[in-house]
Unconditional design. Structure first.
Length: 304
């Protein structure tokens, strides 16, 4: 079995995935941004910075933005504390949540309304003294693929009550979502396609994005990504990972761990050979569900 070396190499090309429709979607986001009050940018808490899109930072800075770091339940509390301190230092509006938790999602909408209220008061200090007609809060929801954008929209709209209809000037891939449920009837959402950054800074960051499934497995390959995930848990001495796969220690070669998992999960081919392709798929599936243990691939940068 060949285990790919995960060290950075200048000989290998950068790992990017930026189909043509994403370039179009990025342009449409920029064109439509003036129609909304606030941006919900959905990220994955296991890669808090890398799962953002630097390409859109400049345009997003012109509009109120709330960074929603989803899947925080997959991250150790100590890592969340470090990242919370970093985001505060950057003076960014953010919240770490599990968007499957409806109670937690209420905090998101409450914070969004507070951000808009503070912005309005700053631009017009006397606005609170004026009686204004209450209008719907228009929200654009953006994010990399599979960060939880659709889940946020469905949870806010109500799965059985969601009505999607084209809006005037609407493109094929952007939709206004009207909300009928009583709890969030003062919201109106604009759905957008998942958009990757056109360039990924390093091979390692590309693997992180592959692990959280922001890009298809075929771009990098299941072997490389699954091997990285296993090495991560071994390096960080995850007791949960060790117990899940009945490992004796963290020091064994990755090859042996992969074969152990194959035997444990019945991923065996003819003549008792381990079916490693099935093992790679299993590792990635369980990792993405949060079943392998808590994880945060990156630590806050030392500089901005």
């Amino acid at each position: 079995m060949k285990i790919i070396d995960l060290e950075e190499s200048s000989d290998r090309p950068k790992l990017n995935w930026y189909p043509g429709h994403m370039a179009k979607a990025s342009r449409e986001i920029k064109a439509k941004i003036k129609l909304v009050d606030i941006i919900f940018e959905i990220r994955d808490a296991r890669a808090p910075k890398t799962s953002g899109n630097p390409e859109l930072d400049q345009i997003l800075s012109q509009k109120s933005r709330l960074i929603i770091l989803n899947k925080s339940n997959f991250v150790e509390a100590s890592d969340l504390v470090r990242w919370e301190a970093w985001f505060k230092k950057q003076e960014l509006n953010f919240i770490f949540v599990n968007v499957m938790d409806k109670i937690a999602l209420k905090k998101v909408t409450k914070l969004a309304k507070k951000i808009i209220q503070q912005k309005n008061l700053k631009s017009n200090p006397h606005s609170s003294d004026q009686k204004k007609e209450k209008k719907k809060l228009k929200i654009m929801v953006i994010g990399l693929p599979n960060t939880g954008k659709s889940t946020v929209i469905n949870q806010l709209a109500g799965r059985n009550a969601t009505k999607v209809a084209p809006s005037p000037g609407q493109t094929q891939h952007q939709l206004w979502i009207s909300i009928d449920n009583k709890e969030n009837k003062d919201l109106e959402l604009m759905d957008t396609p998942g958009v990757m950054p056109p360039h990924v800074s390093s091979e390692t960051q590309g693997i992180w994005l592959s692990a959280i499934h922001a890009m298809p497995d075929v771009v990098i390959g299941e072997e490389l990504t699954a091997t990285y995930v296993v090495k991560y848990f071994l390096k960080n001495k995850s007791l949960y990972f060790k117990e899940r796969f009945q490992l004796e220690n963290f020091d064994g070669p990755v090859e042996a761990v992969m074969e152990k998992i194959a035997v444990l999960r019945g991923c065996i081919k003819e003549k008792g050979r381990p079916d490693l392709e099935r093992v790679y798929k299993l590792i990635l599936l369980e990792f993405r569900k949060g079943d392998l243990g808590k994880c945060c691939f990156e630590m806050p940068p030392l500089t901005k």
